[in-house]
Design a protein around this ligand. Structure first.
Ligand code: C2E
Ligand code: CA
Ligand code: CA
Ligand code: CA
Length: 279
């Protein structure tokens, strides 16, 4: 048993070292990723079910590293937050999404809206609202065509500050969405004070919607809540016809998920947008 323990100890140390090594590797690579232009934005359609039209696109960051390959956001966004690198990265995301939207608008797509994820760390910065205003001014994007997604847990981690920031952002004219809604424990009293336009139902509730009565109950409750508060509601992670049918039947107007399209590079999305024109 003693020997086993020794081995286990060594095993865990090696595993921990490896993880630490990977972490340091990613962290170092992350520091130079922006200047080496290794990030790219993909865009995932948000569909209005009644009309079948693509009304919005969520910008999702992708990191293509020459040796590490494609690094998923879940592997580097948390690290970028810890190190503060999310500040320049987040600024790049917003700027790039605005520039892309302007390119689409110049192509005649004037009804599109682009949704951009904002991390807790960005929102905590003193000059965050000013930096958003600067990007809007520099790119000429109409503010109402930009939607900022704040996760429910990030808003709830400092409610008073979040409410103040949301108020300032609304003054700029941007749209606000609460991402991952249903996972972050906001009370109804708080929700009433959030100046948001959209609730995004978290995909963990959508996944088993058609088989798990609890998930079905949560989803229908969020849809009703949004309707009663006069908010838009969108479901993320819609993958099947059955999920779509359930959501439509319960009054969810907007959906996003692999059923419609995976997130795609801007160039590949052109074809999807053209197809959608034909509807
Ligand atoms: P999120 O904001 O909740 O984004 C939704 C995630 O679900 C995306 O993963 C998307 O690709 C994925 N997804 C979309 N449709 C489906 C579906 O039908 N089924 C399933 N299973 N998944 C679907 P992704 O792109 O890997 O991003 C993961 C998370 O990383 C995002 O979650 C967001 O929290 C963060 N993230 C991504 N891009 C950015 C960014 O530019 N800035 C910040 N701060 N965070 C970002
Ligand atoms: Ca999101
Ligand atoms: Ca989400
Ligand atoms: Ca999520």
């Amino acid at each position: 048993a003693k020997e086993m323990g020794g081995n286990n100890y060594q095993f865990y140390t090696a595993a921990m070292n490896e993880r630490l090594g990977e972490r340091m590797l990613i962290e170092n690579a992350l520091r130079t990723a922006l200047e080496r232009r290794e990030f790219v934005l993909h865009y995932q359609p948000q569909v209005d079910i009644a009309s079948g039209r693509i009304v919005g696109l969520e910008a999702l960051i992708r990191w293509q590293h020459p040796e590490l390959g494609m690094v998923a956001p879940n592997r580097f966004i948390p690290l970028a937050e810890e190190t503060g690198l999310i500040l320049p990265v987040g600024a790049w995301v917003l700027r790039t999404a605005c520039e892309q939207l302007m390119a689409w608008r110049a192509d005649g797509r004037r009804d599109l809206r682009v949704a951009v994820n904002v991390s807790a760390r960005q929102m905590a910065e003193q000059d965050f609202v000013q930096s958003v205003a600067d990007v809007l001014a520099a790119t000429g994007v109409p503010p109402h065509c930009i939607e900022l997604e704040l996760t429910e847990s990030q808003v709830m981690s400092d409610v008073e500050h979040a409410i103040a920031v949301m108020h300032e952002l609304k003054k700029l004219g941007v749209q606000l969405a609460i991402d991952d809604f249903g996972t972050g424990y906001s009370s109804l009293a708080h929700l009433k004070r959030f100046e948001v336009d959209v609730l995004k139902i978290d995909q963990t509730f959508v996944r088993d919607l058609t088989v798990d009565p609890d998930d079905a109950a949560i989803v229908t409750t969020i849809i009703a809540l949004a309707a009663n508060l006069g908010l838009e509601v969108i479901s993320e992670g819609v993958e099947t016809r059955e999920q779509l049918a359930f959501l439509r039947q319960h009054g969810c107007q907007q959906m996003q998920g692999y059923y419609f399209s995976r997130p795609l590079p801007a160039a590949a999305l052109e074809a999807v947008l053209r197809d959608n024109d034909g509807l």
